[in-house]
Design a protein around this ligand. Sequence first.
Ligand SMILES: [Fe+2]
Length: 303
Amino acid sequence: MRAMRKKRKLVENEGHVHAVDRGGRGKLHFENLPGVMRIFTFLLRVSLNKRRGEKNADNIKLEEVEIFFDDLPIGFDNTRILLITDLHIDGMDMLAERIVRIAGELDYDFCILGGDYSFEQGEKHGLAYSRMRQIAGRLVEKSRVFGVLGNHDRYRMAEVLDECGVEMLVNESVCLEKEDDKIYLAGMDDCHYYGADDIGLADSEIPDGAFKIMVCHSPEQYKQVAKAGYSLHLAGHTHGGQVCLPYGVAVVTGATVPRKFLKGKWRYRGMAGYTSRGVGTSVVRVRYFCQPEITVITLRSGK
Ligand SMILES: [Fe+2]
């Protein structure tokens, strides 16, 4: 795991993580609208819809996704990746237990943790650290686990997960080998709030022409990632909108990307992408018309 970048350090030292309007990215986000959110929470309570929203947030869907590649090394055909992102684990009791149970019942080759492990703001991350230790400890018993940091995470979270055996990708890559084939998995630090992403560094040890997968908490750098020749971009961050209108239409997105990048499978030029709706909630512990998810992505050779 690389040392904390200077840019992240400066932002962390400012001490008010989670105001997500830094740099103009995604200003229209729950976390930038505290007054609106207080009114929204009050209205939920008086309309008795809050309990329903909380139940929705508990109801995790297992998404099984297949993505086809014509350049996937044959040894990696049918590789199954477990993607768990946006846990905000200190925001919901029993979520850690649910994640461990679901992951325990699944067959997969390796696991990726997509960032946003914390719910609480500022320095109050003790509960998030202890719950993430609980989850990571179980996941690493079953497979290799890789992780990236999100806009809610202090660098300390990367250290905690690293201590548990999670291979944290902070602007770096790993080579995965199966039979005689190799692919590369790269991870970037958060681009949304910290601006600590560095694709040049993340990509620097990957040979030309290799099949490579990028994990970045937010899909906002999709153009850069496609330009760097990645075949697959995995992301979270958007929560799919979290509080949506019927048919899953997001009211607030939290990311400056076209709507097709907000959830599910997408394509940009030659690159495939998948944005998870995430498994937890942020700001308000409710979801409407936007089910939380844990995802298994199967890589397939072919068109
Ligand atoms: Fe999140």
